[in-house]
Design a protein around this ligand. Structure first.
Ligand SMILES: [Zn+2]
Length: 312
């Protein structure tokens, strides 16, 4: 097959590493690789440097996607973003102090299935460089110190087990003690089945901690991202004083297919999307990822205005 090779300068693409598109016509190589060495050239090119947007089918260079906070620059499709990248996009540089970074899940039920819980945990720890599905800590957003918890869908589907519940509970309690607003960004398939009842108990524990936080008249902002479902949706994700969502995020307790099968009814268009829930009053605002930080500062200014005035 004929392979057309073009240099990066011809395409005006600002890149350093060799890249390979899914079709060989667009093979882009830096100049030095084009000089000789033709037999080994193909093998040297790493794959996976491009991502196809599932919404508009545009091929996006991964570095461009990273720079754009994992949002398609053509159609604004919001890809899943890792918890650390998200924290980085929100907090002031070097202001984030992580809490309970070494807390790890225990296979309390000795779960055995197609694969054991322990082997799943080991695999995801290796793949994601995370220890569990949430990162928590205290950081500054604008001039506001906040208790921030960010879930990561990349770790076992963002499922909530004992570690997620405990880390978030400690975060909320730290927020209450330190008179800080709490912000939790959810992305979850729900409770973690490998921990059975222990994962369900996290719903009550996190909700109770939020009740004490609310009693102290401190604001809690819940941000729902794609997807936020099941046990997380039925606990802390929907308890926000302010509930924000990312555009087109799938949000609901059970999935639309399950509801359709159970009720045997046609579901309305856009059912269980952020936009549908905004129209029906569950979500207060839809905020694109790139505007999130700015908007959070505005909301925090508003929600803490009384406290700041009292302190003066
Ligand atoms: Zn797109």
């Amino acid at each position: 097959m004929a392979t057309q090779i073009v240099t990066k300068s011809k395409l005006g693409v600002d890149q350093v590493e060799p890249a390979l598109t899914p079709t060989t016509e667009h093979l882009i190589l830096p100049k030095k690789l084009q000089l000789g060495d033709s037999k080994t050239r193909k093998r040297d090119i790493p794959e996976g440097l491009w991502t196809k947007c599932p919404s508009c089918s545009t091929m996006i260079f991964d570095k461009e996607l990273d720079a754009n906070l994992q949002v398609c620059s053509k159609c604004s499709h919001h890809f899943t973003i890792g918890s650390r990248e998200r924290i980085h996009s929100l907090v002031e540089t070097c202001s984030f102090e992580e809490m309970d970074a070494d807390m790890v899940s225990v296979d309390i039920l000795g779960f055995k299935g197609a694969s054991t819980y322990k082997s799943k945990l080991d695999a995801y720890k290796k793949k994601s460089t995370l220890k569990d599905a949430v990162v928590t800590g205290i950081g500054k957003i604008g001039s506001h110190r906040v208790a921030l918890g960010v879930m990561d869908f990349g770790f076992l589907g963002g499922s909530m087990g004992s570690v997620v519940g405990e880390k978030l509970t400690r975060l909320i309690e730290r927020g209450t003690e330190g008179h800080l607003p709490v912000i939790i960004i959810s992305a979850s398939g729900g409770a973690r089945m490998y921990e059975g009842m222990f994962s369900l108990m996290q719903m009550a524990k996190t909700s109770a901690a939020l009740a004490y936080h609310a009693q102290a008249r401190l604001p809690y902002i819940s941000i729902l991202t794609h997807p936020t479902t099941a046990g997380v949706m039925a606990s802390y994700a929907t308890l926000g004083d302010l509930i924000l969502a990312e555009p087109k995020a799938m949000i609901g307790f059970a999935g639309p297919r399950v509801i359709k099968d159970t009720t045997q009814a046609e579901l309305p268009p856009g059912f269980q999307t952020a936009e549908f829930l905004l129209d029906h009053g569950l979500v207060d605002a839809i905020v694109p990822r790139k505007e999130m930080k700015e908007r959070l500062v505005e909301y925090l200014n508003y929600l803490t205005a009384g406290r700041q005035a009292a302190a003066r």
